[in-house]
Design a protein around this ligand. Sequence first.
Ligand code: AMP
Ligand code: ZN
Length: 491
Amino acid sequence: MATQPIEIYNTLIRKKEKFTPLNSPFVGMYVCGPTVYDDVHLGNCRTFISFDLIYRYLLFVGYKVRYVRNITDAGHLEGDRDEGGDKFAKKAKLEQVEPMEIVQKYTVGFREVLRMFNTLSPSIEPTATGHISEQIEMTKQIIEAGLAYESNGTVYFNVEKYSQKNNYGILSNRKLEELLEGTRELEGQDEKKGRLDFALWIKAKPEHIMRWPSPWGWGFPGWHIECSAMSTKYLGATFDIHGGGMDLIATHHTNEIAQSQVCNHCEPVKYWMHTNMLTVNGIRMSKSAGNGFLPLELFSGNHKLLDKGYSPMAVKFFMLQTHYRSTLDFSNEALQASEKGFERLMNAVSTLEKLKSSGKSSSDIKSLCAKCYDAMNDDFNSPILLAHLFDGVKTINSINDGKATISKEDLSLLQKTFHGFIFDVLGLKEEKPATNNDDLLNNLMAMIIEMRNEAKEKKDFPASDKLRNGLAKSKITIKDTKEGTTWEKEK
Ligand code: AMP
Ligand code: ZN
């Protein structure tokens, strides 16, 4: 268990406070997961990598964490305030498949990308479609409490009525009047009584495929109710940490608090944590802004904004160099610097393995190691942690060059600290350059070479050049020899 208390910045009170779990050593943590109607972009990954860091550190210092991260596979409309079409139905129509095929395809893709970033799987990964009855049950309870009403098969939460006894804007620190001012007037035939009312259950149109029977007819759940239902089910009426990106504060999390409060008669969450956005030239990365990189484009370098490809660990290192509550702006220069920094750190780890102790230590290793804990205890400050680790790198290199010394006891402490923080807490891992012994790469290269030879036979030189240039971006060169075509990957 941590010697020093962990301090967490709590969005609810807008300052850092001591972390005291409700039932230590157990910690319940819920993070809003992806809406699986499209590929995850790098911005989404930043949020999940940040919570992976938090999860890993809590485990590292001895907490027993139940980490729940949901999969939104129904109910998310295009607009946060119940406007627009169903994201899944729209994509299914576009790709001419079943909505559940969309869900399956992008859930698998999401897990695959997070695996490449070496994140840990959550303890439970519940889906919205797997918890329809719980969501109906909560909706019924809110109606019974007099705080929701049915209107033509759709059920709305009555925000103004809720606000008479509760502070609806508690999380975003906004007064009801301000929120009302910022929302559009209701149009003539609107089913809602109040402008801020949001849907708990939505009536399905006849052509809507993903629909379930309910006391209000065939329909599907609103987006916000799923997180109230699943967090209550797996973590209880009040739990320790709830997280997500900052963009979720004003609507999704605000509505979650209201729903859970009505059903469970208590504040649902002790510590609300929010990650800041990944931006490109200062603009938030999102699918709608058209500046959303796919992680695979970043790894291969196959994108107009990229000079080259970057490995998953270099990208992860780039993210960890900024605190989770600060914005992080994407740039090729920053990624190239991170690539070098990551390499320096990994080289130091292998030097540390072979280091020999002798006599007394010439620097204060114990204090260096304590500072690593202090950094993480201060609201999971990974950039400060990395700065201390790089002080350690300097020490390691000096000892290796014979310019400094380390005692036996300190050497084993430094090795333990480096391993623990780099691999277990930051979740970095060594990346071996692909070699010609790599089966997958060999098979893929055989396929690409065959495609190129076919293109050349057909005298389709633009196609064969495209393949050669594409490979060059991944530092693979191909040579045509008398024996056939060979390839080589630069280390
Ligand atoms: P979504 O799939 O849109 O529901 O988003 C999944 C998670 O990614 C949410 O917690 C969002 O807040 C977060 N997110 C979306 N865009 C970004 C971004 N540009 N930077 C960081 N997190 C983001
Ligand atoms: Zn959520």
